[in-house]
Design a protein around this ligand. Structure first.
Ligand SMILES: Nc1nc2c(ncn2[C@@H]2O[C@H](COP(=O)(O)OP(=O)(O)OP(=O)(O)O)[C@@H](O)[C@H]2O)c(=O)[nH]1
Length: 258
């Protein structure tokens, strides 16, 4: 903490040198007032572009350093907001069926966005192995559930990830964990696709990475355009997969996208 005024603390993120302020409830343990990002510092975090978390070595998830007290304060604040939402839609939050709903909804939202609690380097856990493998590795049909950042409603589907190793392989489960870190955040499908590809590229420096995602977006199904059967496919091809159509074809055929 570098300065303190009545109800706002200005804090410096040591990794990025970014200054940001929190408002809210006192954290007794650390004698800091820390609660929730304000609108002004969301820009500083470049949350919309996800730029701050592009680089594994500089990946610093927004809620990664939450203490239990900060987590409890988030939950308390969000519960109160959800109660207001119930009132705003004309409901009675005191009726029996809704008594616990604000807290449940707050817990659910924190779960849906739990990717902010982890960064890629945490989940990798050094599970990178030296291996003389030159053939394509594909992990396919990984289920994903994410939240569209425009409407805060779900999009979900499957992701397939392939890479051509270059003397190093990554623990298979870590591919699924990387997918989880980035999908459990507010997202657009294109950025999610790119972030997964770039994280694997950075982790094992393979000859190429291919990521393909197919999702149904509830913002297009349940509201708006209401196109129930629409699916969105996005891909990110890096290295050999971008330059060599045979490798790309092999990936698409093994991942069953052709
Ligand atoms: N490219 C992209 N667009 C998305 C994604 N998720 C939601 N969107 C789009 O974000 C857009 C937001 O458009 P707006 O016109 O600002 O919002 P809106 O009035 O709710 O739009 P409609 O959905 O057309 O009713 C919509 O076209 C959504 O389909 C995504 O993952 N990728």
């Amino acid at each position: 903490m570098i300065s303190n005024c009545d109800c706002i603390n200005i804090t410096q993120d040591k990794k990025t040198n970014v200054f940001y302020n929190f408002n809210g409830i006192k954290n007794q343990e650390e004698n800091k007032e820390i609660l929730i990002l304000t609108e002004s510092n969301v820009d500083q975090y470049d949350l919309h572009n996800g730029n701050r978390r592009q680089n594994i070595s500089d990946d610093n998830a927004l809620r990664e350093n939450d203490t239990q007290t900060v987590h409890d304060n988030r939950l308390k604040t969000m519960t109160s907001f959800y109660k207001d939402i119930l009132i705003s839609i004309g409901e009675d939050p005191t009726r029996e069926g809704l008594l616990k709903t604000p807290k449940r909804a707050a817990e659910a939202m924190l779960f849906f966005t739990k990717g902010y609690e982890q960064c890629v380097s945490d989940v990798l856990n050094d599970a990178i192995f030296e291996e003389k493998c030159e053939n394509m590795v594909i992990v396919k049909d990984i289920d994903i559930y994410s939240l569209c950042e425009h409407h805060l409603v779900p999009f979900f589907g499957k992701v397939s990830v392939g890479y051509l190793p270059n003397a190093k392989v990554i623990g298979l489960s870590k591919i699924a964990r990387i997918v989880e870190v980035y999908s459990r955040r507010l997202q657009v499908q294109e950025r999610l696709t790119r972030q997964i590809a770039e994280a694997i590229q950075e982790a094992v420096q393979p000859r190429g990475v291919a990521v393909i995602i197919e999702c149904a977006h509830m913002c297009m199904v349940m509201r708006g355009a209401q196109k129930v059967n629409s699916r969105t496919t996005t891909s990110a091809m890096l290295g050999v997969f971008r330059d060599d159509h045979k490798s790309r074809e092999e990936f698409l055929s093994l991942a069953r996208f052709t």
